[in-house]
Design a binder for this molecule. Structure first.
Ligand code: GLC
Ligand code: GLC
Length: 819
């Protein structure tokens, strides 16, 4: 069952009924000002940091789930009847409800009693404000007298404090209202130089800034008293809950449309020019007022919206494919890169599953997010790489997280997640291959942000590999530390105390727990670093990496192989984890994907064998499970992984982040049918028909889909902010469709299903545009062995670097059928 449909032409998902299984959300803003918006206008906004600069309130885990938003109300002043054109919060029955989630904007529209309304929400480029453009059309035969109310509830900036510190907060709220603009200025008098503004393009019949005055005592957002009686009370908040509402009266003739613009924004004043007049406590509005005036103009709004659409056309134009498979095309061309942008911007901070107050930026998360983003805005990727590397520790280890505002490592979580540093190498490699900008390797980057410790970024990469080599256990495999990619496989934790963190508590020291996953990752990273060393002419460095990788490969062959798949780890006592000899958790997905991606087992057939085991034991119609059999009880020596009920999260859920590793592995052994099959199992568009089971948004990936041991198999959770976005984009674009940026050119190495025939792609790369036509006989398998590049035949499958920037390069790639 579906709750809407894709509009591929407009790059929108159109939700056609408001009562989706869960709020289906979208993101506004992609620079400094951000918002979340649901299909019924729920959500909130913030400036840069979702915890510390939260503009509006939102109530997580409430009933209904989605409370707090950008609500507008319409009231028929003749009858007194009122409704929300976004359905929530009044839930009046609407005609023709639609929510179009687009790239950086949402449009919610509906009709009620002959009055149709459409709200467009977006953040204009380069600004720290959001626009709500409301259009109201009278489709009745008679003129209509209506009242339009806007509404928001301000957050007192620090969202954590806002939700807990009521003894203080109920007394500190302050606002100003001037020329129809509502200013929220709590704490402005002392240590904050910033405030929020909420403006309206029309003359006001009234306003409210005290929540209780607007809603009325003991009332909720479904029937605000101001809306019910058709009049605001011009309340000024003193403490309690500052809010914002404008009241506009509209007289609309039959067939006529009126447009009203609301702006909600964030502004900062210089510390020494905060007040006007100086010495008063009144906000100096001279800096912000011109911006407000500008965006209250219709033409400016229309132009900014067109600019946003054009911006996305450019960004998406970098990689476009026409394969004839609608799920591939729409995810690769539109939604997957869009999600990659969102994960790059948000990391794991703000979604319906991340409250915006919890985590900093993960070292491994942000480096992996970059893999799906780097082709879009390489300059931002470069900046991020330097930021992340600056938090690296002198040992080569990493803080597991850092705080985006301070860019400092987070001491509470600390380090010792032994996979972390290796991801930095993969991220820098991806940046170099995309851009060819080797100057980044010479940038002087500090360790742990300590002045005086600066070393070239290249040195950081070397220490990343050294870190792993210096921490090896009895089998010669990398020590796992607190955890590797799987945060919940805590082999040194042994926790028995409620509330204790499984990641940061190590109750046993001297453990020898080792990770085969990190071994695979290290081989992959060391090979990348060898290529980078070669680029720099550091032959000795390259040789060291190659021999370290070869040595680790041998160790994996000897101690990492279980007979039909790769083992997962060795525990604190040196016993295998993820082995046929275990009662539960006999096979794990991560080492199968990672080792084969690293090329381990390709020559001796073990890779193929491991993938057969994955297909037999882990693959389900809803995706590939993390492990089998699920853990049915708590194993102290395995940690958090065995705390989850079977089928959820790391305990045998489909953890979607890992599935693309197996897709890539399938391409490494030449199985295009298998790779695409797995790709489509978790592709959200391909699951659209199952929306009542999947329940998450059909246009973005989820972190997890419940596995077969769960009570709700196929149910997705934690949509949007997941490494799944970057890795699926990598798997489909670089390995299945096979367009892979490399240091020396653009590799064209598709590995697609046998049934496929010709297909075409466009890829901008190093300033040129490659138009690629893949020539393939349907019904055959094989790889590209020959190219024609601008009419000249090139052996192999590497399209050379562009002769000059701006070049348009025509490539034909011929797949040679293998008998
Ligand atoms: C979450 C974390 C990520 C981790 C994964 C598996 O997605 O953000 O860092 O690798 O869970 O535990
Ligand atoms: C990751 C995992 C989650 C775990 C958490 C612990 O996000 O996905 O399952 O609980 O790490 O910090």
């Amino acid at each position: 069952m579906r709750f809407g449909h894709f509009d591929d032409e407009r790059r929108e998902y159109v939700i056609t009924r408001p009562d989706t299984p869960l709020p289906w959300i979208n993101y506004l803003g992609s620079e400094e000002y951000f918002g979340i918006i649901s299909n019924t206008a729920g959500g909130y906004s913030f400036y840069r940091d979702a915890r510390l600069r939260r503009l509006t309130r939102y109530r997580y885990n409430n009933a209904p789930l989605d409370v707090g938003g950008r609500y507008v109300y319409l009231r028929d002043d003749a009858s007194g009847d009122f409704w929300s054109p976004s359905w929530q919060p009044t839930q009046r029955e609407l005609e023709d409800y639609a929510c179009r989630h687009g790239l950086g904007y949402s449009i919610i529209s509906s009709r009620y009693q002959g009055i149709s309304a459409e709200m467009l929400y977006f953040v204009p480029g380069g600004e720290t404000l959001e626009i709500w453009r409301v259009r109201v059309t009278n489709e009745r035969a008679e003129p209509a007298k209506l009242s339009l109310f806007s509404s928001i509830e301000f957050c007192l900036w620090d969202a954590q404090d806002d939700a807990t510190n009521f003894q203080r907060n109920y007394s500190v709220g302050e606002v100003e209202v001037e020329d129809g603009v509502i200013y929220h200025k709590t704490e402005y008098r002392e240590r904050r130089d910033h405030f929020a503004f909420f403006a309206c393009s029309e003359p006001l019949a009234g306003f409210d800034t005290q929540r209780d005055a607007f809603l009325g005592p003991y009332r909720s957002w479904d029937r605000p008293i101001a809306v019910e009686r058709g009049a605001s009370s011009n309340s000024i908040a003193h403490g309690w809950q500052p809010s914002g509402s404008h009241h506009v009266r509209l007289e609309i003739g039959p067939g006529e449309t009126k447009e009203v613009i609301f702006l909600l924004g964030y502004a900062e004043n210089p510390r020494d020019a905060k007040f006007d007049p100086p010495g008063s406590q009144t906000i100096d509005k001279r800096l912000v007022r011109p911006t407000i005036d500008r965006y209250l103009q219709r033409a400016v709004v229309a132009e900014a919206f067109e600019a946003l659409r054009a911006r996305w056309t450019d960004l998406l134009g970098i990689c476009q494919v026409q394969t004839g498979n609608e799920h591939v095309d729409r995810m690769v061309n539109v939604w997957n890169p869009y999600q990659c942008m969102v994960t790059f911007n948000m990391s794991r901070s703000a979604s319906l599953f991340e409250s915006g107050i919890g985590r900093g930026m993960g070292f491994r998360d942000t480096t992996q997010d970059l893999l799906g983003f780097v082709h879009m805005i390489p300059s931002r990727a470069r900046e991020r790489l330097i930021d992340v590397a600056s938090t690296q520790l002198p040992t080569g280890g990493a803080y597991h997280q850092y705080q985006p505002l301070t860019k400092r490592g987070n001491n509470d979580v600390g380090s010792g997640f032994n996979d972390d540093p290796a991801w930095l190498v993969l991220a820098v490699a991806a940046y170099l291959k995309e851009t060819g900008d080797t100057s980044i390797l010479d940038v002087a980057v500090p360790y742990d942000n300590q002045p005086g410790t600066e070393r070239p970024l290249y040195d950081h990469l070397q220490r990343s590999i050294e870190y792993t080599l210096e921490r090896r256990g009895p089998h010669g495999l990398p020590l796992i530390g607190r955890a590797d990619w799987n945060d919940c496989l805590n082999l040194n934790c042994f926790s028995e105390t409620p509330g204790e963190s499984f990641q940061t508590t190590e109750n046993r020291s001297g453990g020898v727990a080792e990770s085969i996953f990190i071994a695979g990752l290290m081989v992959l990273a060391a090979n990348e670093l060898a290529d980078i060393a070669a680029l720099r002419g550091d032959g000795a460095g390259a040789a060291r990496c190659i021999s370290a990788a070869a040595e680790m490969r041998d160790v994996v062959a000897q101690h990492g192989w279980d007979g039909a798949w790769f083992r997962r780890a060795y525990d604190f006592y040196g016993r295998p984890v993820g082995s046929a000899g275990n009662d539960e958790g006999q096979i794990f997905i991560e080492p199968q994907g990672m080792c084969i991606m690293a090329g381990i087992g390709l020559e001796d057939g073990r890779g193929r064998m491991a993938l057969d085991s994955v297909r037999e034991r882990l693959a389900t119609p809803h995706g590939i499970l993390v492990l089998q059999p699920a853990f049915t009880r708590y194993y102290r020596h395995l940690g958090e992984i065995s705390t989850y009920p079977g089928g959820y999260k790391e305990n045998a859920g489909v953890f979607c982040h890992t599935n693309p590793w197996v897709m890539i592995a399938e391409t490494r052994v030449g199985n295009g049918d298998g790779a695409l099959d797995y790709y489509l199992r978790i592709n959200p568009s391909a699951r659209e028909d199952l929306s009542e089971i999947h329940r998450g948004e059909p246009y973005v990936y989820a972190q997890m889909i419940a596995g077969k041991d769960a009570a709700t198999p196929g149910e997705a959770k934690n949509t949007w902010l997941t490494g799944t976005a970057a890795w699926n984009f990598t798997a489909i674009s670089q390995w299945i469709l096979g367009i892979r940026p490399e240091h020396a050119g653009l590799r064209i190495d598709p590995c697609v299903p046998a049934a496929w025939g010709d297909f075409t792609l466009t890829r901008s790369f190093r300033g040129a545009t490659y138009r690629i036509a893949v020539r393939k006989q349907p019904g055959t398998s094989g790889r590209v062995t020959r190219l024609r590049v601008d009419g000249r035949t090139v052996g192999g499958n590497l399209a050379p670097l562009p002769p000059s920037p701006g070049a348009e390069i025509e490539v034909e790639a011929f797949v040679e059928a293998t008998p």
